[in-house]
Design a protein around this ligand. Structure first.
Ligand code: FAD
Length: 418
């Protein structure tokens, strides 16, 4: 290990101290954060903000594209570039050491993270926010390779670009099939917002086209509000088929563009399969995941119930009633950072603010704004209050919410990435 040079490690000075182990480490307690998405970037920023900790963020990508508003990109309303963020401010303003690598393994016994590039990082506390992985194999013919033909576009970036290209290339009069996933999944309104915004695009450029949502469920988030919006904006264009009417989605033939349900085979021009989800791979290999496929955590500190000293935030966590959303990942990361600061530096404990807001677009100028409050109770996290959009609201209310959403995105991503 002593023969490693800083160049070979590919990491900065603070992380080098960590990589060389406790004997050469800096005086500040060391926190390593795995994953530079919404949860991880927020945690790194808030952990580093007081300058009391040595914070290292491990993320393989140099830039992160948000899933938030990626459906607006699919509709041609936002560019992917405007949804993409770097880590410069976290490094320069907050002093976070950003290591461009993937965590390959975690050894909780010696409190070290091994990186895919070969280096290792020592930690006093570890935060894990790797997002989701997909469980292939449930739908015959849909595996990792099939995502190149029938993109899931449920992680933003190349997959979203691929789906947009498919929609642009689709003929007028084509059929766009969305296979909606089983719960729990990232962003409960997401598949239905996607249908809405694809319809918004088709209405302008391919008005004879149809959208079929093949759901593996029998109901979905804010169903009445969505259906009211579809009837108003896109009459006859979107068909939602619950599992009880189709018998579920059984198989796909990616080359022929066929989707087989329990009752029929549908020929699709473009197919978007959103598979069953589970916690990100590194959480599985580290032993942070329980039989449900997600990471059980303490509802106040987000410390793993399985491995002490490791905290899990964001979609990978099993956070009771909190949905898997960016807003929740951000709130959890702040609560987790405060708990770690208290544990490592004796900082005064902070009160938890566990909130969620979903801004969901039905059309370019028609958005819903749902808010919910959550409270740790009985060993889990329970929803303690909510404000939900109703069907039949005034168009001006929806236009105002759409404008608010744009301002929220800007403020939110500044809060996450600095
Ligand atoms: C279409 C769509 C629309 C959405 N819209 C909204 C919205 O409007 N509002 C909202 O609140 N939420 C929205 N969401 C949900 C939101 O995107 C997620 O809930 C949020 O990104 C979760 O944050 P996270 O940190 O858990 O995971 P992510 O943001 O996915 O970040 C995970 C990061 O970990 C990294 N990583 C993975 N494995 C490793 C490893 N081994 N080592 C190092 N790094 C690793 C990844 O590269 C990634 O950068 C939407 C989701 C989708 C799919």
């Amino acid at each position: 290990m002593t023969s490693w040079t800083r160049r070979e490690l590919g990491i900065g000075a603070a992380a080098l101290g960590s990589a060389l182990g406790p004997a050469r480490a800096q005086a500040k307690p060391r926190v390593v954060v795995i994953g530079g998405g919404i949860g991880g970037a927020t945690a790194a920023k808030y952990l580093a903000a007081g300058n009391a900790l040595d914070v290292t963020l491990v993320e393989p990508q140099s830039r992160y594209a948000t899933c938030i508003f990626s459906n607006l990109y699919l509709a041609g309303l936002w560019s992917l570039e405007s949804l993409t963020h770097g880590y410069g401010t976290l490094a320069e303003r907050y002093g976070v050491t950003v290591v461009k690598d993937a965590a390959a393994a975690i050894d909780p016994a010696i409190r070290r993270v091994r990186l895919a590039g070969g280096a290792s990082l020592a930690y006093d506390r570890l935060v894990v926010s790797p997002g989701i992985a997909f469980q292939f194999g449930e739908i015959d013919g849909y595996d990792e390779a099939a995502t190149e033909f029938m993109p899931h576009a449920w992680s933003a970036g190349p997959q979203t670009r691929l789906l947009r290209a498919r929609l642009e290339a689709m003929e007028d009069g084509g059929v766009f099939v969305i296979v909606a996933p089983p719960e729990p999944f990232r962003c409960p309104p997401g598949p239905y917002e996607r249908a809405s915004l694809a319809a918004y695009y088709f209405k302008q450029f391919k008005p004879r086209s149809k959208i079929v949502i093949l759901d593996v469920k029998d109901s979905f988030y804010q169903q009445e509000v969505f259906r009211d919006g579809w009837d108003r904006h896109y009459p006859g264009m979107i068909e939602w088929l619950p599992a009880r009417s189709t018998g579920g989605v059984k198989a796909v033939d990616v080359r022929a563009g066929l989707v087989r349900t329990g009752r029929e085979t549908i020929r699709a021009s473009v197919t978007n399969v959103i598979p069953r989800q589970t916690a990100g791979a590194v959480a599985h290999s580290a032993g942070l995941v329980d039989a449900r496929g997600w990471c059980p955590i303490d509802p106040e500190t987000f410390e793993s119930r399985l491995l002490p000293g490791i905290h899990v935030v964001g979609d990978a966590a099993c956070a009771g009633d909190m949905p898997k959303s960016a807003f929740c990942a951000n709130a959890q990361a702040k609560a987790c950072a405060a708990a770690i600061l208290t544990a490592l530096t004796g900082a005064r404990p902070s009160r938890l603010h566990l909130l969620n807001t979903f801004y969901t677009f039905l059309a370019g100028n028609d958005a819903m704004g749902d808010a919910a409050v959550f409270t740790p109770a009985d060993g889990t996290i329970k929803r303690s209050g909510a404000f939900l959009t109703q069907a039949g609201e005034q168009p001006e209310t929806r236009r105002r919410t759409a404008r608010e959403a744009v301002g929220w995105y800007d403020a939110f991503t500044r809060d996450v990435f600095g």
